[in-house]
Design a protein around this ligand. Structure first.
Ligand SMILES: CC(C)(COP(=O)(O)OP(=O)(O)OC[C@H]1O[C@@H](n2cnc3c(N)ncnc32)[C@H](O)[C@@H]1OP(=O)(O)O)[C@@H](O)C(=O)NCCC(=O)NCCS
Length: 338
């Protein structure tokens, strides 16, 4: 380099990672695991889960993995997720950089590649997430701001200690309104409720407060639901579901807890929703208690369940408070136009 001339050398290459190449996938997974190791709870999936879930075919969304590779080492890992059946204006993103290689521009280069891919598929909105300790911040917040993201929704990530839940369970009883009943199942919805369950799920994005997030409704036909169930089972994930059936036989609400075969000590709340016509009868609480009871009955070794809700979702937050959920982190749902 001659005096006075700045030479920029890009030491790392940004490459697409084939999820079926297990050694490459493992290196990618390790970057994400290490970059999220400071977070409480279970922020990163177990290797056995990622190893099966990431290469699995899923017609609902296309996933591209990117790696920042320096010599023979992976030092950054990113993902772009393109929904294909609905919300095809969106692209989801995640960027992780190894702690000893931050502030070198690697995160920016991975994000730039994500944006090229997303635009190339006609996407007009890019989303991302940042996980903050309550009242604190993390580099991802400043990184996102520097790259033009805004906060579309603030959520709380919460965890329930199931030993605590068991100890308090007898005091948490709630009666179902007259004429309603609960139906439970592991992943595969009984045929008689399938169509009505799909109608309920189709309004999810309209019904669940998601702040300014640019999400749109979708149609859940019986065929689409059945295919989704098969994909969950194929990757060893059980969706332990409770439906509230209204007096007219329609599905009035649902709640589920998901547990992976690879770690039956932790579960995750999936969807909890009560149709507007059936609100105000404490069905939300009844459903949530029943889905947690079902998860515990199916997996007695379950120790904790986590969930996330928008801070503005007062009704769901009140239900979670009653169950005993405690806030672990703040989640910023980030969004930028492309
Ligand atoms: C967020 C993350 C990906 C950033 O990666 P990075 O390679 O360090 O980012 P860059 O070097 O490209 O930073 C670009 C700009 O973002 C901002 N930025 C990044 N980290 C910052 C920090 N710690 N403090 C303040 N600003 C920061 C700066 O404006 C920076 O430009 P500058 O270095 O010229 O000032 C990285 O910190 C990380 O892996 N965090 C943990 C995982 C995570 O939270 N990922 C995001 C959620 S999916």
């Amino acid at each position: 380099m001659s005096a006075g001339t700045a030479t920029v050398i890009d030491v790392a290459d940004i490459e697409q990672i084939n999820p079926r190449n297990e050694a490459a996938l493992r290196a990618w997974w390790e970057v994400g695991r290490d970059a999220t190791a400071h977070r409480p709870g279970n922020p990163w999936p177990a290797w056995e889960q990622s190893r099966v879930a990431l290469p699995a075919d899923n017609p609902e969304r296309a996933v591209t993995l990117l790696g920042a590779i320096d010599g023979r080492e992976m030092v950054g890992a990113a993902m772009v997720l393109l929904p294909t059946r609905d919300n095809d204006h969106l692209a989801g993103s995640a960027v992780h950089v190894r702690e000893d290689r931050r502030r070198e521009g690697l995160g920016s280069r991975l994000l730039a590649e994500i944006e090229v891919l997303a635009r190339g598929h006609g996407r007009t909105t890019l989303t991302g997430e940042a996980y903050l300790p309550p009242g604190g911040t993390v580099p991802a917040e400043a990184f996102a701001r520097a790259h033009g993201f805004t906060v579309a929704s603030r959520e709380s990530i919460k965890e329930l200690d199931l030993a605590d839940y068991r100890a308090r369970r007898d005091d948490l009883g709630v009666d179902l309104p007259p004429g309603y009943r609960l139906v439970t199942f592991d992943t595969t919805c009984p045929e008689e409720h399938l169509a009505s369950f799909g109608v309920l799920l189709g309004r999810l994005f309209a019904e669940i407060p998601t702040g300014e997030l640019d999400l749109r409704d979708s149609e859940w036909t019986p065929e689409r639901l059945r295919a989704a169930e098969q994909r969950q089972l194929a990757i060893g994930r059980h969706v332990l579901t409770v439906l509230a059936i209204a007096p007219d036989g329609s599905v009035a609400g649902s709640s589920d807890v998901r547990v992976n075969d690879t770690d039956t000590t932790h579960g995750q709340v999936g969807v909890t929703i009560v149709a507007p016509a059936h609100r105000g009868h404490r069905l939300g609480l009844a459903l949530k208690l029943a889905s947690h009871d079902l998860a515990l009955a199916t997996h007695p070794g379950l120790r904790a369940v986590d969930t996330s809700n928008a801070e503005v979702n007062t009704h769901m937050n009140a239900v979670n408070d009653v169950l005993g959920y405690r806030t672990l982190e703040t989640l910023l749902e980030l969004q930028k136009p492309l």
